[in-house]
Structure formats: structure tokens, C-alpha cells
Write a protein that binds this ligand. Structure first.
Ligand code: C2E
Ligand code: CA
Ligand code: CA
Ligand code: CA
Length: 279
């Protein structure tokens, strides 16, 4: 290993340089991406376990970069967060998702609940509730059709703040869910203090649900915990029939994952809502 040390070193420096270069470039381009209208939302259906109907969608952002193509949020959300740009981007996401749900309603697809992700920066944004209130007013979306996803780790990092903020958001009439649940070491006592509606079981537990008894046990306990607190549960990352069957057998309420659909542009969601309309 000693002899290759030097080559490894060169390899790492050049790949570090590449990453630094990419980051610099993305930073520069991100500043103008909002005004240039380069962001798009894809929507992933959330399906009711009872009847396989699409009850809502999660809005997931993508960046249509002029030369890099479609850039995934994993590559730019963190950077946008550090630059503070996530606040205007987050407001754009919310406004666009609310408008889209209204558009589906106007087109006769009925009520489509739309979930948006909140970043840590928004979690601490002073005027977050006001921003959301304004967007609801402006778009006319009934508040119960907007769902805000906050990650468990974000909430556990500051439970006092989380309790205050969630109570404030709840007065707007929106739905609140805890994302990536099971990864952030929630204490049950805290869960009871938060006015939340929905737990989202993290996909890392769903993945091996049918092969790993520990993951299966975690998932079934999350479901019964949620139900005893009168919360609904949604499993994310559902990819197979076997996972679906397991979740159905254990009383999970909703599912989301590639098994049903990848996140897709709005017109493709309309297609899935059409099937719902025809039932
Ligand atoms: P997340 O909120 O946990 O979203 C779920 C991610 O899992 C999405 O990745 C989704 O495409 C992917 N996924 C869905 N079903 C499956 C499946 O069956 N199998 C597998 N392997 N993956 C599945 P995506 O769209 O790349 O988003 C990644 C993360 O970026 C999101 O994780 C979220 O934390 C963040 N993000 C996305 N959009 C936004 C946004 O508008 N605002 C903020 N703040 N963060 C966002
Ligand atoms: Ca999410
Ligand atoms: Ca998640
Ligand atoms: Ca409920």
C-alpha cells in the first residue's frame, strides 16, 4: 500500500479539486437559477393502502441546468442551504406546489394533497408562518391540502423551537408530517408534544423489511406507535410487491415509492389521477 500512497494522494487531490470546482460552479449558477426559472417540481404519488388510490403527492425539486441537465436535489440542496438561497427556493417550491394542486382541482381531479419538504434554514426562518399564510392566500389552496414535511433530526435538534413552530404552523390549518422517521432517535414523550398528523417511515427501514427481522420489527413498532398516538403512517421507498404486502398486513395507511411511481412531471401525475376519477 505504501508504494501506491503517492498515486493515491494525487488521485485524491485531483478529485477534491474537481469537487471544489463543481461546487464553485454550482454556487455561481444557483444564484441566478430562481430568476431564470430553472427549477422544476416533480411529484411522487402517495397511495392509500386500503384502495390503491392516489391521495396526494410529494413535491420534489429538480434543477434544469443549462449545460449539466437535470440536477438532483442531493447535489444542490445542501449548497443552497449554506448560501441561504434555500429560503427563496423553498418559497418558490411551496407556491408552485400549491398552484399545481389548485390546477388539478380546477381540471376536475378533486382534492390532491401536496407535501413539500422544509429545510433546516426554513425551520429557523422568522417569517416562515407568514410566508406560508401569504402563499395560501395568493393561491387559494385550502390549507388542509398543504402538508409540510419536517425531518425528525431537524426537530430533535431543537425540540423547544420545534414545539413552538409546529403549534404556530398548525394554526394555519396545514398538515404536518415527520420525515425520515426512525433515524433521529425521537423520544416518545416529544412526539406527544408535537401537533403532527403523519409519520413517514424512512426508506432505509422499508428496504429490507422482508429480509431483515430487525427492520421489520422497527417498522411494525413505528406503525403501532403512530396509531396509538392517533397519527397516520406512510412508508416511503416501497419498491416491491412483497414490501407492499408486508405493510398492508401490518396496517400501514399510505405508501410511496418506485413500485407505484417515480417522481414525475405534473402531467404524468394527472394521468394517474384520471385513473382515480374513473373508478
Ligand atoms: P426525501 O424528502 O426523503 O425524499 C425521498 C427521496 O427518495 C426522493 O429523492 C425520492 O425520489 C426518492 N424515492 C422515492 N421513492 C423511492 C424508492 O422506491 N426507492 C428509492 N431508492 N428512492 C425513492 P430525491 O427526489 O432525489 O430527493 C432527495 C432529497 O432531497 C429529499 O429526500 C429531500 O430531503 C431533498 N429535497 C427534495 N426536494 C426538496 C425541496 O423542494 N426542498 C428541500 N428543502 N429539500 C428537498
Ligand atoms: Ca420528504
Ligand atoms: Ca424521507
Ligand atoms: Ca390524524
Amino acid at each position: 500500500a505504501k508504494e501506491t500512497g503517492r498515486n493515491n494522494f494525487q488521485f485524491y487531490t485531483s478529485s477534491m479539486n474537481e469537487r471544489a470546482m463543481e461546487r464553485l460552479r454550482l454556487e455561481g449558477d444557483l444564484r441566478n437559477a430562481v430568476e431564470r426559472g430553472e427549477f422544476v417540481l416533480h411529484y411522487q404519488p402517495q397511495v392509500s393502502v386500503d384502495n390503491n388510490q392516489v391521495v396526494g403527492v410529494e413535491a420534489l425539486i429538480r434543477w434544469q441546468h443549462p449545460t449539466l441537465g437535470l440536477v438532483s436535489p442531493a447535489r444542490f440542496i445542501q449548497i443552497a442551504e449554506e448560501m441561504g438561497l434555500i429560503v427563496p427556493i423553498g418559497a418558490w417550491v411551496m407556491r408552485t406546489a400549491c398552484r399545481q394542486s389548485m390546477a388539478w382541482q380546477r381540471e376536475g381531479y378533486g382534492e390532491v394533497r401536496v407535501a413539500v419538504n422544509l429545510s433546516a434554514r426554513q425551520f429557523y426562518q422568522q417569517d416562515l408562518a407568514t410566508t406560508i399564510f401569504d402563499i395560501l392566500q395568493e393561491t387559494g389552496l385550502p390549507p388542509h391540502l398543504l402538508e409540510l414535511e419536517l425531518t425528525e433530526s431537524m426537530m430533535m435538534a431543537d425540540v423547544e423551537h420545534a414545539a413552538l413552530l409546529l403549534r404556530k404552523l398548525k394554526t394555519l390549518g396545514v398538515q404536518l408530517s415527520i420525515d425520515d422517521f426512525g433515524t433521529g432517535y425521537s423520544s416518545l414523550a416529544y412526539l406527544k408534544r408535537f401537533p403532527i398528523d403523519l409519520l413517514k417511515i424512512d426508506q432505509s427501514f422499508v428496504r429490507d423489511i422482508t429480509v431483515d427481522p430487525d427492520d421489520a420489527a422497527i417498522v411494525t413498532s413505528i406503525i403501532s406507535l403512530a396509531h396509538s398516538l392517533r397519527l397516520d403512517v406512510i412508508a416511503e421507498g416501497v419498491e416491491t410487491e412483497a414490501q407492499l404486502a408486508y405493510l398492508r398486513r401490518h396496517g400501514c395507511d399510505y405508501m410511496q415509492g418506485y413500485y407505484f411511481s417515480r417522481p414525475v412531471p405534473a402531467p404524468e401525475v394527472a394521468h394517474m389521477l384520471t385513473q382515480r376519477k374513473e373508478r
